[in-house]
Design a protein around this ligand. Structure first.
Ligand SMILES: Cc1cc2nc3c(=O)[nH]c(=O)nc-3n(C[C@H](O)[C@H](O)[C@H](O)COP(=O)(O)OP(=O)(O)OC[C@H]3O[C@@H](n4cnc5c(N)ncnc54)[C@H](O)[C@@H]3O)c2cc1C
Ligand code: FES
Length: 340
């Protein structure tokens, strides 16, 4: 059973199967509606419904009863109960609805998996078809949990599109996590996996503004991809990268970042430890990365922020950036919310 979703004011229709959320159905139709976490927690996919009723799954936390009564819908968790008409915000354009790189499924194999910290794996995938995988650095993919019927997990690409058919991910091992437990205990080079992507709107703007990057944990992945892009473009932008970790044992890719930094004209890397181990020999910054950011910056009016990692870190970092004068519209982020 399927219903028709109409996007006004463009008059664009697409079918929505009863098992798909409206957001999934839009992806399948090759349309790019705005979203963030895809799991009901950020509010990034809210729209106004002008006709029709929707039902919700249990993930829909970022919407209130009052909003539902007023016809607001959270598209990543909403199922059409009948034909739906959505009135998009005035600042949507028809171009935005058609994504630059269409969503596709790619078969791949594990080429390499390397533990970079006690709980983080650098996963390298390869495959002939991956040579065609195009995306903007900062975007993410979904990978199917091996052995599952239809369980997918989100991870950000840590590289730029590769003609050699390589895709790199950085995965935090979560005890009991469906995908990360597989990586921790079973995965080996040569295993087959399935990915689909690209997703997301996290990407570097085409301006010359100063860049402030802030990451925690595996939030490093999309920032690495962005840095590689900036190096490839021979960017002369002023770039500061703040990376927050607890202790020395949680730091990784330090040599890689310094090597990228040497190829950039104006790059500063500021790693900081919030809870170093007693025997850590650490001469760098101490404290939460948001406090370190506040201490190390003056006015950031005119600068752009790129934030990635756990939601509480991002929320705290946004407050600091706003306090320093950064405009909301110049703060871009990907919250690594859990997928399950
Ligand atoms: C846009 C986007 C991009 C992302 N990119 C990355 C990335 O590049 N690297 C990366 O490592 N993660 C990334 N994440 C987060 C990742 O998708 C989730 O943490 C995912 O749930 C991990 O899947 P899993 O199968 O290993 O664990 P799950 O099976 O999903 O989780 C198992 C259990 O762990 C809990 N849990 C889930 N996540 C966490 C957490 N972070 N800390 C503590 N407990 C948790 C859950 O409540 C659940 O009970 C991204 C998320 C989003 C939305
Ligand atoms: S709430 Fe739907 S994308 Fe985050």
């Amino acid at each position: 059973m399927s219903h028709t979703i109409t996007l006004e004011p463009f008059g664009i229709d697409f079918p929505c199967h009863e098992d798909d959320t409206i957001l999934e159905a839009a992806f399948k139709a090759g349309l790019s509606l705005r979203y963030g976490c895809k799991h009901g927690g950020c509010g990034g996919c809210k729209v106004q419904i002008s006709e029709g009723e929707v039902d919700y799954n249990d993930h829909a936390t970022a919407i209130s009863e009052e909003e539902i009564d007023a016809g607001v819908a959270l598209l990543c968790c909403a199922y059409a109960e009948e034909d739906i008409v959505i009135t998009l915000d005035d600042d949507y354009s028809e171009e935005e609805l058609t994504p630059e790189f269409p969503l596709r499924v790619y078969p791949a194999k594990i080429a390499e998996l390397r533990r970079v910290t006690h709980d983080t794996v650098h996963l390298i995938l390869s495959g002939e078809e991956l040579a065609e995988y195009r995306f903007n650095p900062g975007q993410y993919l979904e990978i199917k949990v091996p052995g599952s019927e239809d369980t997918w997990r989100c991870f950000s690409m840590a590289n730029t599109p590769s003609a050699e058919g390589i895709t790199e991910l950085v995965v935090k091992i979560i005890p009991g996590g469906a995908f990360s437990s597989y990586l921790d205990t079973e995965a080996k080079p040569g295993d087959s996996v399935e990915i689909r992507g690209p997703y997301g709107q996290f990407q570097i703007s085409e301006t010359e503004a100063e860049i402030i990057m802030i990451a925690g944990g595996s939030g490093m992945a999309p920032i690495m991809a962005m840095l590689k892009q900036l190096v490839a473009e021979k960017s002369t932008r002023q770039i500061s990268f703040y990376f927050g970790a607890r202790a020395v044992k949680d730091l990784y890719f330090i040599d890689e970042i310094n090597a990228l930094g040497e190829q950039l004209d104006n790059f500063r890397f500021i790693p900081a430890l919030s809870a170093p181990d007693p025997d850590d020999d650490w001469q760098g910054e101490h404290g939460y990365i948001t406090d370190v950011l506040a201490r190390n910056t003056d006015s950031l009016r005119g600068a752009e922020g790129y934030l990635c990692g756990p939601p509480p870190m991002i929320d705290a970092a946004i407050d600091v950036l706003r306090d320093k004068g950064m405009f909301n519209a110049r703060i871009r982020f990907d919250k690594f919310v859990q997928n399950s």
